[in-house]
Design a protein around this ligand. Structure first.
Ligand SMILES: NC(=O)C1=CN([C@@H]2O[C@H](COP(=O)(O)OP(=O)(O)OC[C@H]3O[C@@H](n4cnc5c(N)ncnc54)[C@H](O)[C@@H]3O)[C@@H](O)[C@H]2O)C=CC1
Ligand SMILES: O=C(O)C(=O)[C@H](O)COP(=O)(O)O
Length: 357
């Protein structure tokens, strides 16, 4: 049995080596029809488009993407071809929530956006949006949630009732997108934040996009930043990655290379889900749980020091410093702004980041 695996999926190698199968590791964007022709399974990330042109002449019967999003998988083709496929729902949702928490703390520290005077609009109440809403609520923000598909299903909104995107545009100081990228259907999200949306903004909000680049129309967002319809932008996901728009990079307050979900915890969750799916599909013995590496001693010692020096009068600052020590998106942003051509390199060699210590 042969598996082709994206070589930038961290922590998975040991578990795969214990499966007793042939494993070929390759750069995700380079995996082509000749590489998968004699493969039985494919484990990918967002960089491999899985469709008929890749898989049509192969014997692949199982495809797993170690990600939440699956807009790179042609699910219609998978169904037609009888190929089982899986994504990893929720795997890195806490990692994206950690990214958002640090962003909200930085907006408070550096831009004076006090949480108790801030209304945040969350577009998409799925795995990620639910956790982001809880973070914002715990900081004292007023939370509005827009999720028309969930509203139509009769799902419960924890924050009053679901509102429309128009309500969000009218009321919110921060607007953050947590939707899948979809190009058809009643609730398609391609350019959901388009010209009309930006024209309708009333509060000159901060726009945060950690979903997929094309959920926001980059040109319309840049115009809105120049015309002061939008105060600041925090961009993790970009149109045309890795060839990103340098005007948006320049204007964005925080600009990161699609790494909101890159905590080691999130990566390991995805690995464990993928290995379980693979073992179930092929009847293999599960080699056991993968664990994330520990943080180095100097980081944990610094965190302990912060806690020990805690002054009850500045508890909030200590909590903020701990959160930002664990993860500060400005570090990733500074690197990307200096060297945007290294977008994929920054992702592929991402430093150890933990959600807890
Ligand atoms: N930047 C990063 O590293 C990461 C990005 N993502 C992106 O975030 C997306 C969301 O992730 P999850 O919350 O786990 O997905 P999910 O599937 O759990 O939730 C998505 C929610 O969006 C809602 N939705 C769909 N169309 C909508 C529309 N037009 N307007 C408002 N709401 C709409 C759905 O009803 C659902 O509740 C993923 O599809 C992925 O593209 C996810 C993880 C990491
Ligand atoms: O899970 C998702 O969806 C994501 O966007 C990932 O965090 C990004 O993953 P890769 O591009 O590394 O596959």
């Amino acid at each position: 049995m042969k598996i082709v695996i994206d070589d930038k999926i961290p922590y998975i190698h040991d578990a795969v080596s214990r499966l007793g199968v042939e494993a070929v590791y390759m750069q995700g964007s380079k995996i082509g029809p000749a590489d998968v022709r004699d493969a039985d399974a494919l484990i990918v990330r967002t960089r491999t488009r899985c469709d008929e042109s890749l898989l049509g002449n192969s014997r692949v019967s199982f495809v797993a993407t170690a990600t939440i999003g699956y807009d790179h998988i042609d699910t219609e083709y998978m169904k037609k071809a009888g190929i089982e496929w899986m994504n990893c729902p929720g795997c890195n949702s806490s990692s994206v929530a950690q990214y958002l928490k640090s962003v909200l703390l930085l907006l408070w520290r550096d831009k004076g956006m006090s949480p108790t005077h801030t209304t945040i609009g969350i577009v998409g109440q799925g795995h990620v949006g639910t956790k982001v809403a809880a973070v914002a609520e715990s900081m004292g923000m007023q939370v509005l949630v827009c999720d028309p598909p969930k509203a139509e299903e009769g799902a419960e909104c924890r924050y009053g009732k679901f509102v429309t995107l128009e309500d969000i545009a009218r009321e919110c100081d921060i607007i953050t997108f947590h939707v899948p990228l979809t190009r058809c259907g009643k609730h398609a999200t391609y350019h959901l934040a388009g010209q009309d949306f930006f024209d309708s903004l009333q509060q000159c909000p901060v726009i945060i996009n950690t979903s997929r680049g094309a959920v926001a129309d980059g040109n319309a967002l840049i115009d809105a930043l120049y015309n002061n319809k939008v105060k600041d932008a925090v961009i993790d996901t970009w149109e045309n990655e890795p060839d990103i728009d340098l005007r948006l990079l320049d204007k964005a307050y925080i600009a990161t290379p699609h790494i909101a979900g890159y905590s080691a915890d999130g990566k390991v969750n995805a690995d464990n889900m993928v290995i379980e799916g693979l073992c179930n599909h092929f009847g293999l013995d599960n080699p056991g749980k993968i664990m994330p590496p520990e943080l180095p001693y100097n980081v944990t010692a610094h965190l302990k020091e912060l806690l020990e020096c805690r002054n009850p009068n500045n508890e909030e600052c200590v909590n903020r410093d701990i959160a930002l020590t664990l993860y500060n998106p400005l570090n990733d942003s500074t690197n990307l702004k200096k060297a945007p051509d290294r977008f994929e390199e920054f992702r592929g060699n991402y430093p150890l980041r933990r959600e807890k210590w």
